[in-house]
Design a protein around this ligand. Sequence first.
Ligand code: FE2
Ligand code: FE2
Length: 320
Amino acid sequence: MARDLTQLEILNELEPVAEQNLNRHLSIAKEWHPHDYVPWDAGRNFAAMGGFDWDPEQSRLGEVAKAAMITNLLTEDNLPSYHREIAENFSMDGAWGTWVGRWTAEENRHGIVIRDYLVVTRAVDPVALERDRMVHMTNGAQSPDDWGGFLQNVAYVTFQELATRVSHRNTGRACDEPIADRMLQRIATDENLHMIFYRNLCAAGLDLVPDQQIEAITRIVTNFVMPGYGMPNFRRNGVLMAKHGIYDLRQHLEEVVRPVLKIWNVFGRDDFGPRGERARDELAEFLEKLDRDATKFEEQRDRLLAREAARANREKAATA
Ligand SMILES: [Fe+2]
Ligand SMILES: [Fe+2]
């Protein structure tokens, strides 16, 4: 039986694919400027400059939109952590290094534009936001397990970029505000291009080392957590976002996991050895469980939302 390829051998083998996809990315990615997405005339000074400090009344966003915006921004803020992770696993040599730098620079725009928007429009408490950023960045990105190595990392970022794309898009809708929606759509377009780069590299990994790559994919899918894991209020805000359809289990399964696995033709390939077959079986079983969990969650959510609606109606009738 052939031995496993080392990380260095894999990176060397895949470098031409990285270069091809880097060039593809550079030819498609459009330049854009954060300042074009922020309504600057809505802004005014805070108390330290003779104006007024933030007050909850000033926010035009609902609770769900606020929680989603904060979660998405803190996630983007942790870029140094992700950069570290990717730079270590992808190396800084040749096309890999160019990609890592370019990707990092593009990602940085996301945090810039969301923060500018939130502070200028006074959508959220800027003091709480800054304190949460300090906590989250000081801790760094937390993954619950050892996800090191190129093969696991490239699988993780494929799903993660697509997950953030979905989350940004749905947050834009939840804001019910055209400027925020346009900004988050712009970011979502970037995340989609990032996802394609990683997805193509992971596909090349599957062709090069099918067993090793499918094991990595299975490990990532079965242990997946959103990149903001460990940030202040991660659970509370995550539940709120799931409850209101910004990012829930069904979306994770149907809009993120399954479409990617389909493009990799994971369940149609015949190049796996016994190890790969085992990993694929485990993956298939996990997807079935995820499907059942998603259905259970949807049923609970429907009941909860119906109860809340009934209560709101009763209260309305009582005050009428
Ligand atoms: Fe981003
Ligand atoms: Fe991205």
